[in-house]
Write a protein that binds this ligand. Structure first.
Ligand code: DAH
Length: 349
């Protein structure tokens, strides 16, 4: 073989130990650079192969064989080191994994306090034999007002700042239209409660445009004001505690006659009106807080739904769920219910 041929073969053979040496100290992130250096299109192997063409023809078979052997050896070396580094990386990740560490606890949601209290109230009333019903939040004027003895131009309509959807179509201002819907759909006796959202054009520290009410209605023969008092007193003591005192004050609602507002003894000061010598802010020193409106169903309402007021009597009541929730849990600010701060909501989990 010519001197040029021998030099080329020696060069090819020298590539293998050179690459082996460099691979041994090569880190995973430098592996690709090393591959390019030896096996790349402009790498060391390619550089030597370019010299093959200028060898004497009789030298070419041997030199070609050496070239193939070198290429195979380099490729094998590279693949072996690559696999070794990959295994090391995997072992490293495994040794950093500490199975004794506590896991991350996923945050669990909780029911909104208004939902909780609404469910609690429904549970009390179903325990007393009432059935839960519901109806639309968009109501016609007739269900929301007229059938409840609130004709057009009635001054009591001003008490409720109504949101209109169209002429004679409103967002219900109270859950009382469920009285009308229930009586139109059923014959007495009826005993229902209707929880749901109501809407008013009202927004300040103590009013929100949407809030929740629960309506109650019981109609049968010989239902009296004593039944109303007994039912509501039992309900309020189940919600606010057995030692809660309850009083009924005469009031007015177009759909009940007689009508009353119901107060419970203030839970903050225990009815004393003062707390640690200071005036109680919750009951404004009166010892009582208003909790709901109620009364005996007005005969005009019975007439609107086709019940005979000479045969049937009944009582109805309505209460605000946010208000009950605030008093029950001592929450001072209505806005807490609508801000969705999880530090607040999470306390009811
Ligand atoms: N609907 C009344 C309101 O929103 C509350 C109410 C009072 C409902 C007396 C009644 C009732 O059923 O008898 O202010």
């Amino acid at each position: 073989m010519s001197q040029a041929g021998e030099e080329l073969v020696r060069g090819l053979e020298a590539l293998v130990p050179a690459m082996r040496g460099e691979l041994a100290s090569c880190a995973a992130q430098d592996l690709e650079d090393l591959r390019v250096k030896y096996l790349g299109r402009k790498g060391l192997l390619a550089g030597l192969l370019a010299g093959l063409g200028s060898l004497a023809p009789e030298d070419r078979p041997l030199a070609g064989k050496a070239a193939n052997a070198a290429k195979q050896a380099l490729t094998d070396l590279f693949a072996a080191r690559e696999a070794e580094l990959a295994a090391e990386t995997a072992r490293g990740a495994l040794s950093r994994f500490d199975p004794t560490l506590p896991g991350r606890t996923p945050e669990a949601g909780s029911l909104h306090p208004v939902t909780l209290v609404m469910e609690e109230i429904c549970t009390v009333f179903t325990g007393l034999g009432f059935e839960v019903v519901s109806g639309p939040e968009v109501e016609s004027d007739w269900y929301n007002f007229e059938a409840l003895n609130l004709p057009p131009e009635h001054p009591a309509r001003d008490m409720q700042d109504t949101l209109y959807v169209a002429d004679n179509v409103v967002l219900r201002t109270h859950t009382s239209p469920l009285q009308v819907r229930t009586m139109l759909a059923r014959k007495p006796p009826v005993a229902v409660i209707a929880p749901g959202k109501v809407y008013r054009r009202d927004s300040d520290l103590t009013h929100t445009p949407m809030f929740h009410q629960i309506e109650g209605l019981l109609v049968d023969r010989e239902v009296s004001m004593a039944d109303l008092r007994g039912t509501l007193t039992s309900f309020l003591r189940q919600i606010f505690g057995v030692d809660t005192r309850v009083r009924f004050r005469p009031s007015f609602f177009p759909f009940t006659e007689p009508s009353a507002e119901v107060d419970i003894s203030c839970r903050m000061c225990g009815g004393a009106g003062t707390l640690h010598g200071e005036p109680c802010r919750v009951c404004k020193q009166t010892g009582w807080v208003e909790i709901l409106g109620c009364g005996m169903v007005d005969p005009e309402v019975f007439k609107a739904v086709g019940y005979d007021p000479e045969v049937y009597t009944g009582f109805a009541f309505g209460l605000g769920v946010e208000r009950v929730t605030m008093l029950k849990y001592g929450i001072g600010d209505l806005r807490m219910f609508f801000e969705n701060d999880t530090r607040f909501l999470g306390q009811f989990a």
